[in-house]
Unconditional design. Structure first.
Length: 175
């Protein structure tokens, strides 16, 4: 509230806060799926609303509601994207993310034979290594990988399956 200088704007902001805080929290939580992050998003949204308070004419109109919802959704989406980027792991650590491979490959992981795994991935055909890279290093889901590579989601699943199978064969040959 200290950011707002005149009393008219303070009253307008108080009314906006009272009328829209629950809707804003709902929208942010819908995107972020985390109460604490949603609260942070709402807080940031209110700061942005204060910065744009002169653009709001009436408190209770569809135009104001849409403006506030868009600000909240954009901030929540930005937060989601930032968190998703932070959750990626380096390619060198990929073996800790691949848990659904056959037991013999898992034995390699348990032995911390990172170089063997990396050599095996490097020997995979690019269509297999790329989907494995996106899936386990960057944490993308099959739909996102399909969009990146411009292939179907089913094709992504098949490439991951075949790539893991081929990786197992390569590692067995290298032993």
């Amino acid at each position: 509230m200290s950011m707002i200088e005149n009393n008219t704007h303070k009253l307008k902001f108080e009314n906006l806060y009272r009328d829209y805080r629950q809707l804003m929290f709902y929208k942010a939580n819908e995107i972020l799926q985390d109460k604490h992050l949603a609260e942070d998003a709402v807080h940031q949204a209110f700061i942005r609303i204060i910065q744009n308070l002169d653009k709001i004419d009436e408190n209770n109109c569809h135009k104001t509601k849409g403006f506030i919802v868009i600000i909240t959704e954009n901030i929540a989406i930005d937060m989601y994207r930032k968190l998703k980027k932070e959750k990626t792991i380096p390619f060198e650590k990929i073996e800790y993310k691949i848990k659904d491979l056959s037991p013999s490959v898992e034995d390699i992981f348990e032995q911390n034979n990172e170089s063997l795994l990396m050599k095996g991935i490097a020997l995979l055909p690019s269509n297999y290594s790329s989907v494995i890279f996106y899936k386990y290093s960057h944490g993308y889901n099959n739909k996102e990988i399909g969009q990146i590579l411009n292939i179907s989601e089913e094709n992504v699943r098949q490439r991951i399956f075949r790539g893991k199978k081929k990786l197992l064969e390569i590692i067995e040959e290298m032993r």
